[in-house]
Design a protein. Structure first.
Length: 554
């Protein structure tokens, strides 16, 4: 009895040990999982910094905004001040503001917007160079340092080494160009926070280049008119001058004005915003200039191609111009976004994703676009061609990125998607070098064999003597004897692709044939109403004869 009890006890102890061993890994995993989730949540909370110090661009932009509104307490949060510098952070921030207002000329958009900074600048990974201060003979770099904040994680601050150089740089500050050149009276009076000297230089930097460039363009025009005597080149010069003068003046004036902004002595925050605005205007003006250049080049190329009769090349040039205009607008928009400070890489990625979505949702539009390109490259259609498309005849007026516009004989405008054209039957009449006259001539059944041979011989002589007709293929042949007519087949190619000339030559040919038939004493087929009258007369006479025979029989 004792042995089973002991065995039972040993068995229970072993089971307890096994269960404990099995449960230990499970219980150990729960704290680890919770610890991981807590760590991830803590890291996510650390990434949110209300002062935007997680990137070099955000740190320097926040510091500039803080010192612009004289919030030196907040500005101190952007500085890595040592214990000795803690007591003078307000003075350091004010002196650094004055130094940056005078000597900081970097674009904020050029500063890295990555949390890791620029890794290819030759500095350690936790250092970032954001600008240069050149005061007299002294040169100092504004360096940011990446530190670990217990609440917000990795942030960027103005390094203590840069702060240590601020007092010596501030002591070496010199008068600005404006202060040295302009009278003190103009420097004393202010309007909206800017001196009269600054307003005067601002107006001169706009009006001066504008007037000088306008005068220079007039002088150059007079010079070229004297040098170029050819009328065609003179006309082209006039069109280029009228089209490019103001875009070129706008671009050069903005470039001169942007260069002069750094001489105005504007505070850094104002200068940053104003330079960004001017750069946006410069991008727009430059896009305007490029668009005018392409437009004038296309017009000149079309004039040269039109003189050679290459309408397909002309249509392809027009389509290329439209594609270039779309690309130009897209490049200008992305350039403006870069100037404003938008991360264009993210925007381009969004455009790529959006492009895939649009490609699936706008398959027909893409099909029409590619169809128009293929039509032009294959030279199947061109502007000005007379075509028959799926049974509709008309003149091609325009070939756009998505459709072909056809002017019908009823003067309605038919728009056909280019994707449909790639699968439709297209008959292009403009590609013909000769036009066909194929018809049957009907002579009266009373025409004798001698008259018939005479008519055939004279018509054949007409075809051989006509220089507008292809003699090798032209013929007139007897093809059929009808119940009331004799049919002759006329097959002639008129050597022209011009519809008006074709109609005139065909009319003259048919009139000459009519004269031949008339001289032979035999007319062409009698009109249908005369045949009907003859049939009615014969039927009436037959009916009258039937009635007469009936009376006699009675």
């Amino acid at each position: 009895m004792v042995c089973p009890v002991r065995e039972r006890l040993v068995y229970d102890i072993l089971c307890a040990i096994v269960l404990t061993a099995l449960t230990l890994p499970s219980t150990a995993q729960v704290p680890t999982f919770l610890k991981t989730q807590t760590s991830i949540s803590a890291q996510q909370e650390q990434l949110v910094d209300p002062l935007e110090r997680s990137t070099p661009r955000g740190a320097i932009s926040g510091f500039i905004r803080a010192i612009h509104r004289d919030d030196f307490a907040t500005a101190a949060s952007y500085m890595q001040a040592t214990p000795k510098q803690q007591a003078s952070t307000k003075v350091l921030a004010r002196d650094l503001k004055e130094l940056m207002d005078r000597y900081f000329n970097e674009l904020i958009a050029d500063i890295s917007d990555s949390p890791t900074g620029a890794l290819d600048d030759g500095l350690p990974p936790d250092r970032e160079r954001v600008g240069l201060l050149q005061v007299g003979g002294k040169i100092a770099n504004i360096i940011l340092v990446r530190v670990r904040d217990p609440q917000y994680g990795s942030i960027w601050l103005i390094s203590s080494e840069t702060l240590a150089e601020v007092p010596a740089l501030h002591a070496a500050i010199e008068k600005t160009w404006l202060e040295r050149v302009m009278p003190k009276t103009l420097l004393k009076y202010h309007l909206f926070g800017f001196s009269a000297a600054q307003w005067l230089l601002w107006a001169a930097s706009f009006a001066g280049p504008l007037l000088l460039l306008r005068l220079l363009s007039d002088r150059l025009t007079i010079l070229f008119e004297k040098v170029i005597a050819d009328a065609l080149r003179h006309r082209w010069l006039e069109s280029w001058k009228e089209g490019l003068r103001w875009p070129i003046i706008a671009v050069l004036t903005l470039i001169v004005h942007i260069a002069s902004v750094f001489l105005l002595g504007l505070p850094l925050s104002y200068r940053m915003a104003y330079v960004h605005l001017l750069l946006i205007l410069l991008v727009i003006a430059f896009a305007w200039l490029l668009r005018r250049i392409i437009q004038l080049s296309v017009e000149q190329a079309r004039a040269l191609v039109k003189g050679k009769g290459q309408s397909g090349t002309e249509s392809l040039i027009l389509l290329s111009q439209r594609v270039f205009n779309v690309l130009l607008v897209m490049v200008a928009v992305f350039t403006i976004l870069t100037i404003v400070g938008v991360n264009t890489k993210t925007a381009l990625a969004g455009v790529g994703i959006g492009g895939v979505a649009i490609a699936f949702g706008a398959q027909k539009s893409i099909e029409n676009l590619l169809g128009g390109v293929f039509l032009l490259t294959d030279k199947a259609l061109a502007i000005g061609d007379t075509c028959s498309i799926s049974g509709r005849v008309g003149v091609v007026e325009d070939i756009t990125l998505r459709s072909v516009r056809l002017r019908t004989p009823e003067q309605t405008l038919l728009s056909i998607p280019a994707g449909v054209l790639s699968q439709a039957n297209i008959e292009n009449f403009a590609t013909r070098s000769k036009m066909l006259v194929h018809t049957n001539l009907q002579l009266g059944c009373e025409t004798t064999v001698g008259d018939l041979r005479s008519v055939l011989r004279e018509i054949q002589h007409l075809l051989e003597d006509n220089s507008d007709i292809e003699r090798e293929t032209a013929y007139v042949r007897l093809v059929n004897f009808g119940q009331r007519t004799i049919e002759l087949e006329l097959f002639v190619y008129i050597l022209t692709s011009n519809a008006a000339k074709f109609l005139a030559v065909r009319e003259a040919l048919l009139l000459e044939i009519a004269e031949v038939v008339e001289c032979a004493g035999r007319g062409l087929m009698q009109p249908t109403h005369r045949i009907t009258e003859m049939q009615s007369r014969e039927e009436t006479e037959a009916a009258a004869d039937t009635k007469t025979l009936a009376r006699r029989a009675s």
